[in-house]
Design a protein around this ligand. Structure first.
Ligand code: BES
Ligand code: MN
Ligand code: ZN
Length: 462
């Protein structure tokens, strides 16, 4: 499924976006018939309200779409996209009522509302199509939506069809589609190549653990490395998760899915940068060979790690991948992971925290998040909590006792593996929508990718 705007044509239905404050003025400028209809239907331009206005032959003359007042707009995203789901089949053209920022969001939201996860059953395709509104960069929005669709598909696909083997296949397909180089280190080769923690976490699965590595772009351009947690299923390992917590763990490769979606967008747009994508792809499974509580692992970087909970596996596989990324000190290093339940407790499912020491990078991300309405929240790498990740008989503890500040201590753990790269940022994402919202069905969802994309020019400026 490829998200696309439709070509303009004579039968396009005009769609006006209206807000309560200016509705009366708008109605006053309409023919009496339309004005009477709008009043009769009770349309008040509230957020997500739609009104179909008939022409004299019984067809649809125009569609009105409510944006709500300023307060409603601050609370909701993709308000106009709600119309995409409820309008009858046809082509629609946004004619008035949106400033450039809202227009971009409305157009993107419409494309995103066309997503269907139809791998396991047929879903009727989107019926209401949108002509690219004047002033939007249609190709860019289509590339963003296509990246998001890839992310959603990968997250929604269960582990029965998306174990490490299939994630590798998807990764190779992504590289092949854009002329990127892909290298993969699997199974015991991980030990020979010094990725001991990726191996330890993934070795109990029937599908070998592996490190996926993609490179794309021209030498000499600014370098960006994306690292994504690719735990295809997280049982918790020997510290097995209770049923309720395990229920959603097909999504534990959400970081990998998000960086792969972002990489696809970047390559599709042909951005001037040198991209590397690293995904440790494993299944945190249970068998006689599984790693155990109190094992001490020596990481790629040489730091020793005491395992105090096999369910804190994400930081282990990421640590080895980040250490590799850091060896070539890219201009910017971005890590995305469904890393902790604590991040959800702190900020809920829709507001991913990010961590960085670089204030300029943090400001660029926060401003971009606001600009493109892809919410993010900076959280602190609070130095006094470093002692929580130091167990005594090894350099690091993967699961501090007490569980205080779980998202922060996980971020502090990752930072120990990044020394040479000054612009490093880690996102503790959720990757899932618990309920459907306009443009975003229930299920896998990208987070942060659009903000990162928008911030890139600023981030990669030396
Ligand atoms: N994949 C989970 C984190 C997670 C859980 C993300 C639920 C989103 C929703 C991760 O591997 C994990 O199990 N983390 C533990 C760490 C703890 C044992 C220190 C957690 O957050 O409970
Ligand atoms: Mn876990
Ligand atoms: Zn996990």
């Amino acid at each position: 499924m490829t998200p696309r705007f439709t070509e303009a044509g004579p039968g396009d239905v005009p769609l006006s976006v209206l807000e309560p404050a200016t509705l009366d003025e708008w109605v006053a400028g309409q023919p009496a018939r339309i004005a009477a209809w709008v009043r009769a239907t009770g349309f008040a331009a509230g957020a997500g309200e739609t009104c179909l206005c008939p022409d004299t032959d019984g067809g649809i003359a125009a569609v009105l779409c409510g944006l709500g007042d300023a307060g409603a707009r601050a609370r909701a995203r993709f308000t106009v996209a709600r119309a995409a789901a409820v309008l009858p089949s046809g082509s629609y053209m946004l004619t008035e009522g949106l400033d450039p920022r809202d227009r971009d969001e409305a157009a993107l939201g419409w494309l995103l509302a066309g997503y269907r996860f139809d791998r396991y059953n047929a879903a009727p395709p989107a019926a209401a199509h949108l002509v690219a509104p004047e002033g939007v960069d249609a190709a860019r929005l289509e590339a963003i939506a296509a990246g998001e669709f890839l992310t959603r598909d990968l997250i929604n696909t269960p582990a029965s069809d998306l174990g490490p083997d299939a994630l590798e296949a998807a990764f190779r397909a992504l590289g092949a589609a854009h002329g990127a180089e892909v290298a993969v280190i699997s199974g015991d080769d991980l030990l020979a190549a010094n990725f001991p923690m990726i191996h330890a976490v993934g070795r109990a699965s029937d599908q070998a653990p592996r490190l996926l590595d993609l490179r794309w772009g021209r030498d000499g351009d600014p370098t960006l490395t994306l690292v994504g947690k690719g735990v295809c299923f997280d049982t918790g390992g020997l510290n097995i998760k209770p049923a309720a917590s395990m229920g959603l763990m097909k999504k534990d490769m959400g970081g990998a899915a998000t960086v792969m979606g972002l990489a696809q967008t970047i390559m599709e747009l042909g951005l001037r940068l040198r991209l590397r994508v690293l995904v440790p792809a494993v299944e945190n499974s249970i068998s006689a060979g599984a790693f155990r509580p109190q094992d001490i692992l020596t990481s790629r970087k040489g730091l020793t790690v005491e395992i105090n909970n096999t369910d804190a596996e994400g930081r282990l596989v990421l640590a080895d991948a980040l250490a590799l990324a850091d060896e070539e000190a890219p201009d910017c290093l971005i890590c995305m992971a469904t890393l902790t339940g604590a991040a959800r407790v702190a900020l809920g499912p829709d507001l991913p925290p990010f961590y960085t020491d670089d204030d300029t990078l943090a400001d660029a991300l926060a401003r971009a998040a606001d600009r493109v309405r892809d919410p993010l929240w900076r959280m602190p790498l609070f130095a006094p909590y470093e002692t929580m990740i130091e167990p005594g008989i090894a350099d690091l503890d993967n699961a501090p006792k007490g569980g205080f500040a779980g998202s922060i201590t996980a971020a502090l753990f990752l930072r120990r593996f990044v020394e040479r790269t000054s612009r490093f940022v880690h996102f503790d994402i959720y990757g899932w929508r618990p309920e459907a919202a306009p443009g975003r069905p229930k299920g896998g969802t990208g987070q942060g990718a659009r903000a990162i994309l928008d911030a890139l020019p600023e981030i990669l400026k030396s």
